[in-house]
Design a binder for this molecule. Structure first.
Ligand code: MN
Length: 132
C-alpha cells in the first residue's frame, strides 16, 4: 500500500458504458472510494460536477483499462483518463478536501455531500479557488 507521505492513489477512468461517465477513485483504508461523474471532471475552479458515490473498488482496479463484456455490469470500454496521487486535507462524513497531483487535474479539490439526509449518494465535485 502507498504511504500517505508519498501520496495515496488517485485515478479517473473514462467509462463508455450505456452512458458515458467518469469514475473518480481515491485510495482510502485499502480500497478505492469511488464516485461516478456524468460530466467531465473540471480542471478549473468554478465548475461543479455531480458525483454519485458508488461501491468501493479494489486497489488493483485502478489500473484497469479495457473492455467489460456485453452482459456484465458496466459493459463497455474503460480508459484511464487521469491518474496520480493525492493528499487528504480533510475527510469528514459530508466533506472531503484533497490535494490532487494528476496529469489533468492538479490542485485542491472538494467533494461535498449536499443532501446528506435526502440523498447521501449525491456529492458535488469541484476544484477549490486557488488560495491567495
Ligand atoms: Mn463506471
Amino acid at each position: 500500500m502507498t504511504s500517505e507521505r508519498e501520496g495515496l492513489r488517485y485515478v479517473i477512468q473514462e467509462h463508455h458504458a450505456r452512458r458515458l461517465h467518469w469514475d473518480l477513485r481515491l485510495e482510502r483504508e485499502g480500497v478505492l472510494k469511488s464516485w461516478a461523474l456524468p460530466k467531465e471532471p473540471p480542471a478549473q475552479p468554478g465548475i461543479r460536477r455531480l458525483a454519485v458515490q458508488v461501491e468501493d473498488h479494489a486497489l488493483e482496479y485502478g489500473d484497469f483499462e479495457g473492455e467489460i463484456p456485453e452482459g456484465e455490469y458496466g459493459a463497455g470500454t474503460v480508459r484511464i483518463w487521469d491518474r496520480g496521487t493525492y493528499i487528504p486535507i480533510k475527510w469528514d462524513p459530508n466533506e472531503i478536501v484533497v490535494e490532487i497531483h494528476g496529469e489533468k487535474l492538479r490542485g485542491r479539490y472538494v467533494l461535498l455531500r449536499f443532501q446528506p439526509d435526502k440523498d447521501p449518494k449525491n456529492w458535488l465535485f469541484f476544484r477549490a479557488k486557488d488560495a491567495s
